[in-house]
Design a protein around this ligand. Structure first.
Ligand code: MG
Length: 381
């Protein structure tokens, strides 16, 4: 091998933002706090002088005005910090964007972080395309590290109990999932427990059931409903309380037997460290599209792993990118999957008998088809 071969630079020449609104599978779905008809994908294509193009995106409510705040942040603020720079300097560019003084003044969470996520994912996409390998390889992953998928798309709160049971049975008996998630947080609390009982009775003891309240409850109702979940062998209760309440989650975790999962609404490593060091969480759920991309999700995963907590990422990217970091990280064995956007990509994710296939194409799994871009694309401004 000739070690004197000069390293080839890849300079960022331009970028283009996009917004896709992709329909959910059954016209509309609800949890205890959100009701949506589409999944929003504000994102960016980053072009380099070496011909590699990186695709990155975040996941939203599909509300055009707020999606445009994210694409505006990329094209009006981040672009000037990126163009002319070396694309593979990901850590350096991450710091440059995350701590850019005018932006960190107006936001260290939400819009600026989701815009950063899209950029970071696009940069990792470029890096692994240039290495001609899937991102999980670039991140040091192995084909020995299989990742289980759990499916959330059968468990929505607007489904009748019969539809919920039918859907969960289709996922487990026909599609082969061994783990599913269902929403709780009905106005009538007894209905939540009846639905969990119906699902447990239908699937038997061999399937993992996770529950998710999406931050809906106050402490008394959280304790009252969640203390009974142990009777149905529920793996975790997700987001029982409002997202920022560290002390409340710690008290809740101490009071009930079912483990606590959370993280999808946390936008920084520091926020995760606070929940983890306070023992307010058991299953840690970082989301690469809400943290600053792959870069910060790996940092969160390392902190959780060191604290002996399982990492089970939230699928704001519908797992398309996070499968790569999941394969590469020893703390991740289980990853959420929702199928709404998978057919928008050149290489859609596939799940067999409850496990993800290993992506084979080079890149981060984010390259969109031209058809998806034109069919679901919205005007960015
Ligand atoms: Mg959730």
């Amino acid at each position: 091998l000739d070690s004197s071969t000069p390293f080839k630079l890849m300079i960022i020449t331009s970028l283009e933002t996009f917004i896709l609104h992709v329909p959910v599978t059954r016209n509309h779905i609800s949890d205890s706090t959100h009701s949506i008809t589409h999944w929003g994908m504000p994102g960016v294509r980053i072009f380099t002088d070496e011909g590699f193009t990186g695709y990155g995106f975040t996941g939203t409510h599909a509300h055009l005005a707020s999606d445009r705040l994210i694409t505006d942040c990329i094209s009006n603020c981040y672009a000037e910090l990126l163009i002319g720079q070396e694309a593979s300097d990901i850590s350096l560019l991450w710091e440059r964007l995350a701590y850019y003084p005018p932006l960190q003044w107006v936001g260290r969470a939400g819009i600026t972080k989701m815009a950063l996520a899209a950029v970071d994912i696009a940069l990792w996409d470029i890096k692994s395309k240039a290495s001609n390998e899937p991102l999980w390889k670039t991140l040091g992953g192995s084909e020995k590290n299989k990742v289980e998928a759990y499916n959330t798309d059968g468990g929505w709160l607007n489904f009748s109990t019969q539809m919920l049971v039918d859907d969960v049975l289709r996922l487990t008996e026909v599609d082969g999932y061994k783990s599913i998630k269902m929403k709780v947080g009905k106005p009538d609390h007894s209905e939540d427990l009846q639905r969990v009982e119906a699902v447990r009775n239908a699937v038997g003891s061999g399937v993992r059931i996770m529950t998710d309240a999406n931050g809906r409850w106050r402490m008394p109702e959280a304790l009252s409903v969640a203390s009974k979940l142990k009777d149905y062998d529920v793996t975790w209760i997700e987001e029982p309380l409002w997202h920022d309440d560290v002390r409340g989650h710690k008290d809740f975790a101490d009071a009930i037997e079912t483990p606590v999962a959370l993280g999808e609404m946390l936008y920084s490593l520091a926020h995760f460290e606070e929940f983890i060091s306070s023992q307010a969480v058991h299953y840690v759920q970082p989301d690469a599209t809400r943290l600053g991309g792959i870069t910060e999700t790996l940092e969160v995963s390392n902190v959780a792993y060191e604290a002996n907590l399982p990492v089970t990422p939230h699928a704001g990217d519908m797992a398309q990118t996070q499968i790569h970091l999941s394969i590469s990280h020893p703390g991740i064995e289980l990853l959420e999957f929702i199928p709404w956007i998978k057919d928008c990509f050149i290489e859609p994710l596939e799940i067999r008998s409850g496990y993800f296939d290993f992506p084979k194409n080079s890149g981060a799994g984010t390259t969109l088809t031209e058809e998806a871009m034109s069919k679901y694309g919205k005007k960015v401004s």
